[in-house]
Design a protein around this ligand. Structure first.
Ligand SMILES: C[S@@+](CC[C@H](N)C(=O)[O-])C[C@H]1O[C@@H](n2cnc3c(N)ncnc32)[C@H](O)[C@@H]1O
Length: 260
């Protein structure tokens, strides 16, 4: 898969793209990332990429010409998407990452300053993506987050494909609690079931924990997902067990509880 990042700060991508699983995937040729500086496509004497906003106001706006020229000069691999990183876009989530991982090429346009001339948004981008409801100084961190999340899903990046499936959001639920050695730490014991060697009981416990944890922390996710009768039973018994141990009971706060 090919990524082209249109950025005024190509150096920003150096270290993060050489580290960890993503670094390894790029080394193995699972994906390639090319950074293009729109300043290299500015034609005026000062190689300007921004200018004052028409109508007045604070800050500088990114000019359309260098961005259209930078994207226009790229080779294309079908199917591709030209993504504008902007707080006004659809909020990035696991489903969008999965969709994007099916593309052959992603062209990511990073903003800076006050943002883009509207013509970049309307006539160059095919999609707009936000990292969340907050404002950063530039689109580089959102672009890195997107590259990281997409590359992670590409075949070969993560050794055990099963570990992708149980991860939070993959099944519309949060992940179950994980433990490793030692079996007891500062008086806190690993749940007996995980040490039992009974794979069926472990799978049941994990699904129950996923359901309870999602009910506690992200009831909005449960409300979007229909539960099988078996899952409803698991959730009800899991909540009943929790109610006995009130210390561990987290009531969902800001979102309405789904009916179970
Ligand atoms: C300071 S922001 C501009 C914000 C713009 N004036 C607005 O209110 O929508 C500069 C650039 O950072 C990037 N950016 C900032 N926050 C972002 C977010 N939450 N998601 C994606 N990109 C973001 C965008 O590329 C944006 O053009």
């Amino acid at each position: 898969m090919r990524f082209d990042v249109i950025t005024l700060f190509p150096d920003f991508f150096e270290a993060p793209l050489h580290i960890g699983l993503v670094g390894k995937a790029l080394q193995q040729g699972i994906a390639e990332v090319h950074c293009v500086n729109p300043r290299d496509f500015a034609t005026d004497r000062h190689r300007r990429v921004d200018d004052e906003p028409y109508g007045g106001g604070v800050g500088m706006v990114l000019k359309p010409e260098p961005f259209f020229a930078a994207v226009g000069a790229l080779p294309r691999q079908q199917p591709y998407e030209i993504i504008l990183l902007t707080p006004q876009g659809e909020t990035l989530n696991q489903k969008i990452l999965q969709e994007l991982s099916q593309k052959a090429q992603l062209i990511l346009i990073c903003g800076q300053y006050e943002g883009f001339d509207e013509r970049i948004r309307q006539h160059l981008a095919t999609r707009e993506i936000s990292l969340g409801d907050f404002i950063l100084t530039g689109g580089e961190i959102p672009a890195l987050a997107l590259i990281n999340g997409v590359v992670r899903l590409l075949p070969g990046t993560v050794g055990k494909v099963d570990s992708l499936k149980s991860e939070s959001f993959e099944s519309g639920l949060l992940e179950y609690p994980q433990y490793t050695r030692p079996p007891e730490f500062q008086g806190h014991r690993v749940p007996d079931v995980l040490l039992s060697g009974n794979h069926q009981a472990i799978a049941r416990w994990r699904r129950q924990q996923q359901l309870v944890r999602t009910w506690q922390r992200r009831p909005d996710l449960l409300a979007k997902r229909s539960l099988t009768p078996q899952e409803q039973h698991l959730l009800q018994t899991g909540l009943a067990e929790l109610a006995e141990d009130k210390t561990d009971m987290e009531e969902p706060t800001d979102v309405q509880k789904p009916s179970i």
